[in-house]
Design a protein around this ligand. Structure first.
Ligand code: 6PG
Length: 225
């Protein structure tokens, strides 16, 4: 399903409503959070919604390999936008000192968190880069080949950094995926994926998932016919 909204603010309100409704609909829920800059508006809106946070376990679709208080940390972005909800976040542990160890340890913690939901993610919010990457599944990186684990450490040469990311198998096992994409810069890649079906990482996630919603603003949807 594709929904298009007038502005990034309207997208943030729509996704905050979607998450709040999902929490109300069941006694317990795990929610994967997108990183980057787009979702911060959504998390700010969500911090003002009436959400029973103790029903919720939050986790990260990906994380940069930086300390938890680093400006690039997705966990830090969540903690500075989501208010009390951020207390429900479980995040990778940079203090383990090695990205592979941190990814493995995180996957174990996620498996325990998913147990009440039958061992899979319930709802995952994902962003998308203008190259079609999502989470930290970047075109041309080894993370795209990881099919035997739920979370992986990947070296992203273009960014000269390690990233930790949910893998295709984990994302494909999710009950629902919601892509949140705004801004003119994303319009070309939105068209490449939604109209041309180019097998970029975000398209491959969508293709293998059970229930996918794209929440776009008019700018990001501008090149859709
Ligand atoms: C990250 C994200 C990444 C993000 C896209 C879009 O850690 O950066 O998880 O996949 O969603 O890069 O980022 P923006 O929202 O900043 O455009």
């Amino acid at each position: 399903m594709i929904t298009v909204h007038p502005s990034p603010d309207a997208v943030a309100d729509a996704v905050a409503d979607l998450v709040a409704d999902a929490v109300r609909a069941r006694p317990r829920i795990n929610i994967g959070l997108a990183g980057g800059s787009t979702p911060s508006l959504t998390y700010e809106r969500l911090s003002g919604r009436d959400v029973t946070w103790d029903r919720v376990t939050l986790w990260l679709g990906d994380e940069r390999w930086v300390p938890a208080d680093h400006p690039d940390s997705n966990a830090r972005m969540v903690r500075t936008t989501l208010g009390s909800g951020a207390e429900r976040l479980i995040a990778p542990d940079h203090e383990l000192g090695d990205p592979e160890r941190a990814a493995t340890s995180y996957a174990t913690r996620l498996a325990a968190a998913f147990e009440p939901s039958g061992g899979h993610p319930d709802l995952v919010l994902l962003g998308m880069g203008d190259d079609g990457h999502t989470a930290s599944l970047f075109p041309g990186t080894k993370g795209l080949d990881v099919m035997d684990r739920d979370y992986a450490a990947v070296w992203v040469a273009d960014k000269n950094t390690w990233r930790l990311t949910a893998t295709f198998p984990l994302l494909w096992s999710s009950e629902r995926i919601v892509f949140v994409v705004t801004g003119h810069a994303k319009a070309p890649v939105v068209r490449r994926i939604l109209e041309k079906g180019e097998p970029l990482p975000a398209q491959r996630v969508a293709e293998g998932a059970a229930d996918v919603t794209w929440v776009l603003d008019q700018a990001a949807a501008a090149q859709l016919t």
